[in-house]
Design a protein. Structure first.
Length: 255
């Protein structure tokens, strides 16, 4: 088996002091290795985002889009706990829409005002938030905001559509590292930038669906919606062999 020659040895095995050109060669080889590694990483990221893009275009349902986003975020940035909160514009509150299965029962009843807690701060400021060690800060007591686990590190990123925050992705306890990094944030921001168009399309679709089944003036359900519901209920009545009643009430002149 041929012997590998060290860059600091000649062909006879004698050590020598590298010349400037040899040092330059070592530097170029090192840089080339780093560039190849970065290129492989970029290819993996590109393939991942292409796959996510296809998944986002396969549905117009808002909840399904949110599930795709959160699932992708978990794969991009491994962590012990994850959740997605949505903004209620009328109440100016945040509520949990999706979370890790074991935690959702605990979290779904929790509400935060805009500006309250890490997620509320992110929603109010429209900026991401890093906290590398929750035990060393006093603004957000972990037991109050995360009673379902021992939270140590945090990354919160806003979901922004048309310059408005519609939600917040919240990730706790980075796996494989002591805390979240700028690289983690960059990956999540790329994901959310890609997802914003899908969320916007879903919102437009929902508004069009509402216009088709509600009255423009009163915002009450119209005859088209009644016919759709009647068809569903009649099929259910036939399937389970139950009776079905329909009551019409004329409200003209009541008020």
């Amino acid at each position: 088996m041929p012997r590998q020659i060290n860059v600091n040895e000649d062909t006879t095995g004698n050590h020598f002091v590298p010349t400037s050109s040899q040092k330059d060669l070592r530097f170029v080889l090192k840089e080339n290795k780093a560039l190849k590694k970065a290129l492989r990483q970029s290819k993996r990221e590109l393939a991942f985002f292409i796959k996510i893009g296809k998944a986002l275009t396969e549905t117009l349902e808002f909840k399904k889009i949110l599930r795709v986003i959160l699932s992708a975020a978990r794969r991009l940035v491994p962590c012990e706990d994850w959740s997605l909160l949505l903004v209620n514009k009328q109440e100016h509150m945040l509520h949990y829409a999706l979370a890790k299965n074991m935690a959702f029962k605990t979290l779904k009843v929790m509400r935060y005002a805009i500006g309250e807690g890490p997620a509320g701060w992110v929603a109010g400021k429209k900026q991401p938030l890093f906290i590398s060690d929750l035990s060393k800060q006093g603004d957000y007591p972990p037991l109050r905001f995360y009673p379902h686990l021992r939270a140590t590190s945090l990354l919160c990123v806003p979901i922004i559509v048309k310059e408005e925050v519609v939600g917040v992705i919240q990730m706790l306890n980075r796996i494989g590292q002591d805390h979240f990094t700028a690289s983690d944030l960059s990956l999540l921001e790329k994901l959310l930038d890609q997802s914003s168009l899908a969320i916007e399309r879903s919102d437009v679709f929902q508004k069009m669906a509402d216009l088709a089944t509600t009255d423009d003036l009163t915002h009450l359900y119209n005859l088209r919606y009644l016919n759709r519901v009647l068809e569903v209920e009649m099929k259910r009545s036939r399937r389970y062999k139950t009776s079905l009643s329909l009551i019409f009430i004329d409200l003209d002149g009541v008020l």
